[in-house]
Write a protein that binds this ligand. Structure first.
Ligand code: NDP
Ligand code: PYC
Length: 343
């Protein structure tokens, strides 16, 4: 096959073997065991499900951020229970996923007891897909909503310069007799990761999603990455959703807005230092269970209306393939990981 770098040759690796390899890569970079395990599992999940812009592709960025001491890969998150349904976590300049992992059991317990629970993480670095953060909650029968902000590379509707991050939003809902419904989307018209992949491949990006440093529409990914910016999805509507994410994730969490991320003094920094919010709802709190069945009814109605693909369908198909055949990696990626794990 042809890899994302444009060279021939792929290799297959099992999820377990990739997990061990990545744990060693993160350990060699100086991460604690706990952080190495959580980040490796996250990265394996992305590769397994075909979230290529946030899998192994991101490892050089992780290592660069860790190596430049922009992020603390040994950080211990500090969890504060600030209300019966409200947890605040200071990730202590560590990654967001270990902070979420530490807070999750408490959050789930709160949601079960009170029907709803809010988690606001600050001082955290999120460099990955958001769906792995919400899907497990739906497998536990909960409704979950997640948001992250990133670094200023997206222009608010009608604006002249980037204020928003690519700010993804993800939700997960339990469904009777099937995998949970999980949607995960950047609120920029396309994710920055896809712009980077297009730049590496030497391909152009679609029209009307980006501008160059002078604000002129462009389909050149390099022009977007080199001082240009992305637009939000859906015009002013996406812009409003992106603004909501900044408010929930930065103003509410006590973290930074995307435009406040200043890594100019840290050559090598690649992971945005912002925040994350997760909201959990026990959908059948105080009543006989019916949510998952209702969710399944909606799903069936959509398929019978002619909708051929729902969010998560492609991922689940890819997951099954990877679990039975192994994960396909480009040989240069595999060689890179093997080198980084051996150091
Ligand atoms: P996509 O546009 O590829 O997909 C968005 C959602 O729509 C997914 O749930 C996808 O399901 C679904 N979908 C895609 N195409 C169709 C279709 N034709 N019909 C029905 N559903 C469809 O994702 P993005 O490019 O917006 O984001 C990619 C990743 O980047 C996300 O995982 C996001 O979390 C991540 N990201 C992370 C950031 C961060 O700061 N950490 C910032 C921005 C993005 P499926 O998954 O099954 O394809
Ligand atoms: O793909 O837009 C993106 C992104 C930003 C931070 C991590 N991923």
């Amino acid at each position: 096959g042809t890899d994302i770098m444009g060279r021939q040759g792929t290799a297959r690796i099992s999820c377990d073997a990739l997990q061990l390899l990545l744990e060693q890569v993160f350990r060699n970079a100086g991460a604690s065991w706990r952080v190495a395990q959580v980040l490796a599992a996250n990265c394996v999940a992305c590769e397994r499900d075909g979230s290529k812009s946030h899998g192994v592709f991101r490892i050089p960025g992780y290592l660069s951020s860790i190596g430049s001491q922009w992020v603390d890969a040994t950080a211990e998150p500090r969890i504060e229970q600030v209300g019966t349904t409200f947890l605040r976590v200071d990730a202590a300049n560590g990654f967001a996923q270990p902070a979420l992992a530490a807070a999750s059991p408490i959050l789930v317990e709160m949601a079960r007891q009170h029907g709803v629970a809010l988690l606001a993480i600050r001082n955290s670095h999120h460099f990955s897909s958001l769906w792995p953060d919400v899907e497990p909650f739906a497998r536990d029968g909960l409704l979950a909503l997640g948001m992250v902000n990133s670094f200023a590379c997206t222009i608010g509707f009608d604006g002249k310069s980037a204020v928003f991050g690519t700010n993804p939003l993800a939700f997960a809902a339990p469904r009777e007799g099937g995998d949970p419904i999980v949607a995960d989307l950047s609120t920029s018209a396309i994710a920055n990761g896809d712009v980077q992949i297009a730049a590496r491949q030497g391909s152009s990006i679609e029209e009307k999603v980006g501008v160059d440093r002078l604000g002129r529409p462009t389909i050149d990914p390099n022009a977007i990455l080199d001082g240009g910016a992305l637009l939000t999805f859906g015009g002013y509507k996406g812009s409003a959703v992106s603004m909501m994410i900044e408010l929930f994730v930065a103003a509410l969490s006590g973290g930074r807005f995307s435009f406040e991320v200043d890594w100019s003094g840290h050559p090598g920094a690649q992971t945005p230092l912002t925040g994350q919010v997760v909201i959990l709802i026990d959908p059948d709190h105080g009543r006989a269970p019916s949510f998952a069945r209702r969710a399944e009814i909606l799903t069936r109605k959509l398929y019978s209306s002619g909708v051929s693909r729902l969010p998560g369908d492609r991922r689940m198909r890819q997951r099954q393939r990877s679990l039975s055949e192994g994960i396909e990696l480009d040989r240069t990626e595999m060689e890179y990981l093997t080198r980084m794990a051996a150091k």
